[in-house]
Design a protein around this ligand. Structure first.
Ligand SMILES: [Fe+2]
Length: 234
C-alpha cells in the first residue's frame, strides 16, 4: 500500500546548516519623476487635438515612424518636453551608474489612445526608454503598485501600465512572479530599461489618453583602440 504524505515527509531537522547570504542581484531600476507642467500639458493636448495625423485610423501603427521634434518649430512645448526628458535621463543614468561621454540617439513619439484603446505587451529597441503623460483619466489608485499578489495580476484594471518581470520566462505561477502597475497622472515621467516588457490596459474615459514616449540609445565616445568602426551594409 502507498504510504501517506505524512509518512513520506523528509526529516530536515537531522542536519543543521549556517545562515546563507542572499544577494539581490540584477535589480530593474524604474524611476518616476512627478513634473507637473500644466501649461506644457495644455499646449501638447491642443497639438494632439488639432493635428489630423493623430486622428487617422492607423495613427497607432504609424506613431513611431518619425520623431515628434519635427513639429518643434510650431509647438514650443515639444522643446521643453525634450529638455525635461534629457534632464531626467541625466538623473536616471546617474542612478544606474552610467557615466561618461556618449553619442546619444533619441526619438520622441506620440501615444494617442482613444476610449477602449490598449497596447499589447512589448519592449523597445534601445537602451533606455521613458514615457511622459500629458492627459490621463483620473484614478484613485496609487501612482505605482508593486506589492500585488499574482491573483491581482488578472484583475482588468483600467488604463494601467503593467510592467512585467524581465527575467527570461519568469513564471507567473511559480513563486518568482513579480509585476508592477503604474496608474499614470498628467505630469508624470517614467524611466525604465528598454528591455522591460510592458503593456497598457484599455481605458474607458471619453477623452483620449495622451502620452509621449522616448527611446535613448547611448554609445560611448571613447571607443577602445581595438574596435574598428566602419560602415557596413547587408
Ligand atoms: Fe512601450
Amino acid at each position: 500500500m502507498k504510504p501517506n504524505v505524512e509518512e513520506q515527509s523528509f526529516n530536515s531537522r537531522a542536519v543543521t546548516v549556517p545562515e546563507g547570504t542572499t544577494h539581490k542581484l540584477f535589480p530593474t531600476p524604474v524611476t518616476l519623476f512627478e513634473l507637473g507642467e500644466p501649461e506644457m500639458n495644455k499646449e501638447l493636448a491642443a497639438f494632439f487635438a488639432d493635428n489630423p495625423r493623430f486622428h487617422s485610423r492607423d495613427q497607432a501603427e504609424q506613431s513611431d515612424v518619425t520623431t515628434l521634434m519635427e513639429y518643434a518649430n510650431e509647438v514650443p512645448a515639444l522643446n521643453r518636453l525634450e529638455n525635461l526628458f534629457l534632464a531626467c535621463l541625466t538623473n536616471y543614468c546617474r542612478e544606474i551608474g552610467w557615466q561618461g561621454d556618449f553619442d546619444l540617439a533619441m526619438q520622441m513619439f506620440p501615444n494617442v489612445a482613444p476610449k477602449g484603446h490598449y497596447v499589447p505587451s512589448h519592449n523597445h529597441v534601445s537602451h533606455i526608454s521613458a514615457v511622459y503623460y500629458v492627459q490621463t483619466q483620473p484614478s484613485d489608485k496609487p501612482l505605482l503598485v508593486s506589492d500585488e499578489s499574482v491573483r491581482d495580476y488578472w484583475r482588468p484594471d483600467e488604463g494601467a501600465l503593467i510592467l512585467h518581470d524581465p527575467r527570461f520566462n519568469a513564471s507567473l505561477q511559480g513563486g518568482w512572479q513579480y509585476h508592477a502597475k503604474v496608474f499614470p497622472r498628467p505630469g508624470v515621467m517614467l524611466f525604465f530599461p528598454s528591455f522591460l516588457w510592458h503593456e497598457v490596459t484599455p481605458h474607458q474615459a471619453e477623452e483620449p489618453r495622451l502620452s509621449v514616449a522616448a527611446n535613448f540609445t547611448l554609445a560611448y565616445r571613447n571607443i577602445p583602440a581595438y574596435e574598428r568602426h566602419q560602415l557596413f551594409s547587408c
